[in-house]
Design a protein around this ligand. Structure first.
Ligand code: SF4
Length: 428
């Protein structure tokens, strides 16, 4: 393994607006390249321009300094800069709310994602992720961690402090229930059992946490045994949710490497997987009607059986109005169901996403606007959207979402009763 220390010029990604997958606003990478070695990793594709992705890790040793500068440019001030710790502790809720209204809305920062795992082995030596967390704590930023490593438990103390000031949401990517199959696809990550154990610790410590079961590998992971075991283990570990998702395979390096491993370890699956990704779609999307099952729909069905939630959770950012967060969460659920489950056109989903984006960027307290009859005027919405918002404010859900979910459940029942696949016996 080659480690190379580099000076990053920038760190934070462009803004994620109303992100219905992870609910984050910006993300960052402490490293480029990842020694976890996941065979399906998107970061290995030429698209990200990281040569020798699995064996050469670039360490952004100045990451926390860059982060401080970038947060400063966005208008944030750290506690240590202002030395306001004492002052804040004397403020009551109303005072802090008034102060919070004068500073930018805090951002949920994703640590790390895309082209690295922030808790890979390099972190033991370089501690770049740790210094990033220290900075985020100083700025009281909510943190979203996505990882395949139980090394995150070494940082429980600082994560707890972040959770006290904002929140820490620790989500584990877990896709194969069987440790032996998992080792083929994620050779250097923590085992599946270790990740579930870590999730249990995270939840015991009072932090938010759940599971992203993505990517579920077609013909290998998309069977009832694997997905039920994952959902059950999530529930047993106290995870807030498990969200299933499919796999993309970009043509070129990513696809070639993945198919080489399939050929070697799962030869009986090779032809079917090749046919699913035969289109060589630039973004790696499969030919949908060749997929054996829709893993999201099947995942929902399984979650209902097990009693687990199949959707990530929208957590309230400090000083954000409770009613605004509730409406935002349901609008993003609608958007997610329409897009990811039902493949509805953008023109249908757009009004929900646009309203979610507007609320996220900061509007007055929705419950008060409702009382004053000002929702339409303030949010610039029509009366049917006003009805949806009012329903959510009243009951935490709405007819649009319930109708969508009922439709998905009907699909689930008819499709899956005849088609819940068995575990592969192709593993050799
Ligand atoms: S942990 Fe994530 S970034 Fe690292 S190799 Fe696996 S999929 Fe890629």
């Amino acid at each position: 393994m080659k480690y190379e220390c580099i000076k990053a010029k920038s760190l934070l990604s462009k803004p994620h607006v109303a992100d219905s997958w992870f609910h984050m606003n910006r993300s960052l990478n402490a490293y480029r390249g990842c020694e976890h070695g996941c065979v399906y990793c998107d970061g290995n594709s030429e698209y990200y321009h990281v040569e020798n992705f699995y064996s050469h890790v670039r360490v952004k040793e100045n990451a926390s300094d860059i982060l401080k500068k970038e947060l400063g440019k966005l208008g944030f001030t750290s506690r240590s800069e202002l030395e306001t710790e004492t002052l804040w502790s004397f403020l009551d809720d109303e005072d802090s709310k008034r102060i919070a209204e004068k500073v930018p809305r805090r951002l949920v920062i994703g640590v790390c994602g895309g082209v690295s795992d922030g808790f890979q082995q390099a972190e033991r030596e370089y501690k770049v992720t740790y210094r990033i967390l220290e900075t985020l704590l100083d700025y009281s930023m909510p943190v979203f961690v996505l990882t395949k490593s139980d090394l995150v438990l070494d940082y429980l103390d600082i994560l707890k402090e972040i959770h006290e000031r904002a929140f820490a949401n620790i989500v584990f990517t877990i896709t194969c229930a069987d440790d032996e199959i998992q080792k083929v696809f994620e050779p250097n990550a923590s085992t599946t059992s270790e990740r579930f154990d870590a999730l249990k610790e995270i939840r015991k410590a009072g932090l938010f946490g759940g599971v992203m079961a993505t990517p579920i590998i077609p013909t290998i992971g998309d069977n009832a045994d694997n997905m039920t075991n994952l959902a059950q283990a999530t529930k047993d570990a106290g995870g807030e949710f498990i969200q299933f998702g499919g796999m993309t395979l970009k043509p070129g390096r990513q696809k070639e490497y993945f198919m080489r491993i399939i050929n070697r370890r799962f030869p009986k699956c090779y032809d079917l997987i090749s046919r699913i990704y035969e289109n060589n779609n630039t973004y790696g999307q499969p030919i949908w009607n060749r997929l054996p099952v829709n893993v999201m729909v099947m995942g929902r069905h399984i979650c209902k059986q097990v009693g687990a939630r199949d959707r990530s959770v929208r957590h309230r950012i400090p000083h954000e109005y409770e009613s605004n967060n509730t409406v935002l969460g349901v609008l993003l659920d609608i958007n997610f169901r329409m897009n990811m489950f039902l493949g509805m056109p953008r023109s249908t989903t757009k009004p929900y996403w646009e309203l979610a984006a507007r609320i996220e960027q900061g509007v007055d307290e929705l419950s008060k606007l409702q009382t004053n009859g000002e929702l339409i005027q303030h949010l610039m919405i029509d009366s049917s959207m006003e009805k949806t918002v009012e329903e959510i404010l009243g009951s935490g859900t709405c007819e649009v979402l319930e109708t969508l979910e009922a439709r998905i459940d009907r699909m689930t029942e008819t499709e899956l009763d005849t088609d819940i696949r068995q575990s592969p016996d192709e593993f050799v």
